[in-house]
Structures are given as C-alpha cells and as structure tokens.
Design a protein around this ligand. Structure first.
Ligand SMILES: C[S@@+](CC[C@H](N)C(=O)[O-])C[C@H]1O[C@@H](n2cnc3c(N)ncnc32)[C@H](O)[C@@H]1O
Length: 244
C-alpha cells in the first residue's frame, strides 16, 4: 500500500511541502486514481485510504463530534478516572500508545499532565493538525507534550512519570475488537508506513523498565498476559489491568 499527498490549491503548497518532507511522500496535483492520499480540506489535514471512496476519509477533531462531546463531559468518564486510583493529585502520565489521543485527552481534561508518544508519522501529523486547530480553545492542551517516537525509547529518557498508560492494538484474531473504524484506520496507516504491529509485546518491554504503575487496556474477555496484576477496572467491553 502506498500514499501520496494531494495538492489542490497553491495556498496549501507550503503546508503540504512540509508534510511531504516529513513523510517523504510525493506531492501530486490530481486526485490519485487508486490508493491512499493525504490532503488539506476545510476541516484540516485528512487521510483517505482509498481514492475510489473519497467521501470516507479520516480527520481528527477535538472540538466537535464524538470526541468534542466526550471532552465536554470528561468528568463522567469514570472508568478511565478509576484506573488512576484514589490519588487526587495531578499525575504525570506517559501514554505509550497515543493513537488519535482520545484517552490522553480525557486524562488531560481530568486535570493531569500527559506526555503522549505515537510511532506513526501519519497518525502524529493528523493529531498535530487537530491540536493546532484546538489551540486556544482547549486550555488544558498546555499540559500536553506530544512526541513522534518509539515509546520505549522516549520513556527511557524521562524521569518522574507517575503512570504508564498502554492501549496496544488488540490481537489480529479478535475480529470484533478490530471492528472500530479508528482502529482499522490505524492498522492501514501502519501498513502504509511498514510499521509492524507488535501488539501486547509492548507491555512486556515496558515491564522490564523502571516504572511506578502501568495501566494496560485490554478487551474485557482477553487473557491475562501477566499473572501479577495488582487490580483491575472493568467496563462492558474493556478492562484495565493495573500493575504496580
Ligand atoms: C489502539 S491504538 C491507541 C489508541 C489511543 N489509546 C486512543 O485513545 O486514540 C495503538 C497506538 O499505539 C501506537 N503504538 C504501538 N506501539 C508503539 C510504540 N512502541 N511506540 C509508539 N507508539 C506505538 C500505534 O501506532 C497506535 O497508533
């Protein structure tokens, strides 16, 4: 699978040139006949997986839609809140699987500091673009540091992290778990970037490092991947295994 950058107007040239340099993707001036492309629409940077189906594109938005709604009532997100424990202090959380930043944004809205790390350059740019659009409109964004790196390497350089939050891609065989549109988009993007989905292995890598607490998000029925869980927080379809 390949991806190009579609330039449809000269005003977008500078912004798209920067993206092209970052990703090393070619800029084209006609909508590609086949395959994936990135472009800038009225709502910001967008990723289209299949140019034959251009109305189905991905755009991250923290100000409206489902994420905007969740952020406005972030205090009701009791499950994520519970995973942090009874401590009411402001925590510094390292999100090692940032993705579209949905979970990290809820933690931020609940008053915590976040260092979030995403390995995919395309996902990173889509989220960065959404953050730029939300700047000045969401005050707690000042408590966010967003990195484009391998989270194991990024974490090794940090001190004073209260909690590591991990939401690895669910195992390939769990068709139900992969049903979500967002997760399928990430899967396709990782394929374009030729990034191997290491799934749960990421957890084992973090377990070898020095940490205070790890929260691992899992499908509710998934096997325990380590028997030394200290406690669990369970929802309808998701479970959080907490290791101290
Ligand atoms: C299931 S998604 C996370 C979704 C995220 N919790 C959210 O709320 O949007 C997993 C993400 O972790 C990223 N990821 C997996 N391993 C990583 C690593 N070693 N370093 C950085 N990011 C990683 C993947 O690229 C993917 O975007």
């Amino acid at each position: 699978m390949s991806c190009v950058i579609y330039l449809d107007s000269i005003e977008k040239k500078e912004a798209l040139n920067k993206i092209s340099e970052y990703l090393h993707f070619e800029i084209v001036k006609k909508v590609p006949v086949k395959g994936a492309f990135l472009d800038i629409k009225d709502n910001g940077l967008c990723f289209t997986l299949n140019s034959e189906n251009p109305s189905n594109y991905l755009n991250i938005d923290f100000l409206s839609g489902s994420m905007g709604w969740r952020l406005k009532r972030a205090d009701h997100e009791r499950l994520l809140k519970k995973t942090l424990g009874k401590n009411i202090d402001t925590l510094t959380i390292f999100d090692g699987t940032a993705g579209f930043l949905s979970d990290a944004m809820i933690f931020l809205a609940q008053g915590h500091k976040i260092i979030a790390c995403e390995q995919s350059k395309i996902v990173y740019l889509l989220v960065k673009d959404a953050l730029a659009r939300a700047k000045g409109k969401i005050p707690y964004l000042q408590n966010l540091e967003f990195l484009n790196d391998n989270s194991i390497e990024a974490f090794k350089k940090l001190n004073n992290i209260d909690l590591v939050y991990l939401d690895p891609m669910y195992p390939e065989t769990k068709k139900k778990a992969l049903g979500s549109g967002n997760i399928n988009s990430i899967k396709n993007i990782l394929e374009i970037e030729k990034i191997e989905n290491k799934g749960d292995l990421l957890f084992y890598d973090f377990k070898k490092l020095h940490y205070k607490k790890i929260v691992l998000k899992r499908p509710i029925k998934a096997n325990k991947i380590d028997l030394n869980i200290n406690y669990q927080v369970k929802g309808k379809s998701t479970r959080y295994d907490i290791y101290i």
